[in-house]
Design a protein around this ligand. Structure first.
Ligand SMILES: [Zn+2]
Length: 67
């Protein structure tokens, strides 16, 4: 559906913690540092019980799109 499969929507980070992009209630989904790098890391949200694939690029976090 969307043209750019590489990065999905940006995920809010506050005090180094990711906010769950699905429910937005879990503000401690995963911790990242400003130098964290990774792609398709799996975070499990205990609030909404979704597994979320996350891409992190120098502290900027995106929900990974695609399968
Ligand atoms: Zn959630």
């Amino acid at each position: 559906m969307q043209g750019a499969p590489k990065h999905g929507k940006m995920i809010t980070v506050s005090d180094g913690w990711l906010t769950c992009p699905r429910c937005r209630k879990n503000k401690r989904l995963m911790k990242v540092r400003p130098d964290t790098q990774g792609s398709r890391m799996i975070a499990y949200c205990r609030v909404c019980k979704n597994e979320i694939l996350i891409d992190v690029n120098k502290g900027a976090c995106f929900e990974s799109q695609g399968q």
